[in-house]
Design a protein around this ligand. Structure first.
Ligand SMILES: [Zn+2]
Length: 117
């Protein structure tokens, strides 16, 4: 996450998202590094700045896709768990039951592998 001494990257729930070189000269993409060290390409848009590439990558990183999936689940059930309790916000899940947030991330990773994204 370092380039010429300048840190260019962000962390989302233990996943490091940082800029990578783009396909064209002076352009940038983004990748994530999971807590287990697995690397995954998030963006090959050829952004003109590292910051834009990271912002793009953040939207596609595994923890954010896990949040998106979790929130879609909640919307489809009217905000209720399988046994009728209120579903807490994802940030509360991450803080109080991190194993549940990790399970949603594992689900995202499985889908990614299946669809090749
Ligand atoms: Zn992009």
């Amino acid at each position: 996450m370092s380039d010429c001494g300048i840190v260019v990257g962000r962390k989302v729930n233990g996943y490091a998202v940082h800029a990578t070189d783009g396909l064209a000269l002076w352009t940038y993409g983004a990748e994530e590094i999971a807590p287990d060290g697995t690397r995954h390409n998030l963006c090959r848009c050829d952004h003109d700045t590292r910051e834009k590439a990271i912002a793009c990558g953040i939207q596609r990183c595994t923890p954010e896709l896990a949040r998106m999936a979790f929130e879609a689940y909640g919307q489809s059930t009217g905000g209720k768990t399988w046994d009728g309790k209120d579903i807490p916000p994802f940030d509360v899940i991450r803080e109080r039951t991190p194993h549940v947030a990790r399970a949603w991330e594992a689900a995202v990773s499985a889908v990614r592998k299946a669809v090749g994204f």
